[in-house]
Design a binder for this molecule. Structure first.
Ligand code: ADP
Ligand code: ASP
Ligand code: MG
Length: 402
């Protein structure tokens, strides 16, 4: 008898009809004599709706109450799916993150899993149940409900698979695997049969939301084979995320896009040792995640620094900077909203001259302006206006994969 963890995302559990389809996937594993733990997301756009309703009350909700609110979406799905299974004569029990419990750090909306107590799940499995678990949530050491960040149900699934030493973790979603770009943006993308944890981690971290990046980290650490497959396509083979990659010798593995990015420019920061440190120390003290950073040469008495933050951190960042403008000796603070980061990823980038030039040429040919550029051994990212981001992904993908 094997143990399989299956995860079904929001679009896979959106309606009662779809929950019945999910039950078929579960039944298939039970018929093979496997034990099944199922992790589910909130139905359809429920999480977005809850966040919109929160915004009707306040733009500044307490992080604790925000997590209490958004964690409710998954609770609805676990109850409904357990009922659907029970209606079909299948023994099933639902568990929230805190009933398991999954112990996490206390940073709301981005909490990290510290420990999974899997005893309760094991008892229910031994008693012949399908265990249906609410994704993306846990509880901190003082009993507060926490969530893992958008898309975090994947992380619940792989963490449970690791803790239970499951044979594999199947991530069922609305596409039939991992592609060289989002198949909803680019028509002729290439599906990968296998992808290594490292390659997948880069793709996810740079915006390929088909897998939450932290689930890939956990998968790698504990050697959990992760299959990404379609809920809706019969006999979907999907993509296996594992240690080895089966890719041809491609220059790049994929093109990704990350939306909701804003750029802040600090104009006239005193050009003195320690000033840049003070600036970023201040942001880190306020738990603001900074991504791309570009600093001017600093040949004068002042220098300019531009950096990006996620749009939902923009107001907080501007407020912190305004409050400390005098102390940091800053002349001006400018910002620009609605940007997207478009990236190419590939281990071959460092060794192949001309990759950056090809990427920039694709943008030039489509008249797309780059606001910032950042490169590393295995990726090149550019910031573009969000309304041109899909066009940028298509153009770059065409350049490398045609
Ligand atoms: P779920 O609700 O099942 O968790 P998500 O919406 O989080 O699903 O992730 C699936 C989506 O990821 C797909 O619909 C697709 O648009 C998007 N996606 C982005 N990049 C990729 C990629 N490289 N390969 C496959 N899907 C991708
Ligand atoms: N429901 C959460 C979200 O929409 C978590 C998830 O779906 O993975 O982000
Ligand atoms: Mg997802």
């Amino acid at each position: 008898m094997g143990l399989i963890v299956q995860k079904f995302g929001g679009s896979s559990v959106a309606t009662t009809e779809k929950l019945k389809l999910v039950a078929e996937h579960i039944k298939k594993e039970l018929d093979l004599n496997n034990q099944v733990v199922v992790v589910v997301s909130a139905q359809g756009k429920t999480t977005d709706k809850l966040i919109a309703e929160e915004k009707e009350i306040t733009k500044n909700a307490s992080p604790r109450e925000h997590d209490v609110l958004v964690a409710t979406g998954e609770q609805i799905t676990i109850a409904k799916l357990s009922m659907v299974l029970q209606e079909q004569g299948i023994k099933a029990v639902s568990l929230t993150g805190w009933q398991i419990p999954i112990i996490t750090s206390s940073n709301y909306s981005n909490s990290r899993i510290r420990y999974v107590h899997n005893e309760t799940i094991r008892e229910y499995l031994t008693a012949g149940n399908v265990v249906v678990v609410a994704g993306f949530q846990g509880i901190d050491e003082t009993g507060n409900i926490t969530t893992f960040g958008r898309g975090g149900s994947d992380t619940t699934a792989v963490a449970l698979a690791a803790s239970l030493a499951a044979d594999r973790c199947d991530i069922f979603t609305d596409v039939d695997g991992v592609y060289s770009a989002d198949p909803r943006i680019v028509e002729d993308t290439r599906k990968m049969n296998t992808v290594s944890y490292d390659e997948m981690l880069e793709l996810s971290s740079m915006g390929a939301k088909v897998l939450h990046n932290r689930c890939v980290e956990i998968g790698k650490k504990y050697g959990v084979p992760i299959y990404v497959k379609s809920t809706f396509e019969k006999n979907s083979i999907g993509t296996l995320v594992t240690n080895t990659s089966n890719l041809e010798d491609l220059v790049i593995n994929g093109v990704t896009k990350d939306d909701y990015i804003s750029r802040i420019t600090i104009v006239g920061l005193e050009n003195k040792i320690g000033r840049t440190y003070e600036l970023f120390k201040l942001l880190s003290k306020h738990s603001i995640n900074v991504d791309v950073i570009v600093q001017s040469f600093g040949e004068h008495i002042t220098k300019d620094i531009a950096f990006t933050v996620k749009m939902n951190d923009l107001n907080k960042t501007l407020q912190v900077l305004e409050e400390n403008k005098k102390e940091l000796n800053i002349k001006d603070i400018l910002h620009c909203e609605n940007l997207s980061k478009v990236s190419i990823i590939g281990v071959g980038i460092a060794n192949k001259p001309g990759v950056a030039a090809d990427m920039f040429e694709a943008l030039y040919e489509n008249n797309i302006n780059m606001h910032m550029v950042t490169t590393s051994e295995i990726k090149i990212s550019v910031l573009v206006n969000s309304n041109e981001a899909d066009m940028a992904v298509k153009a770059i993908h065409n350049k490398f994969f045609k």
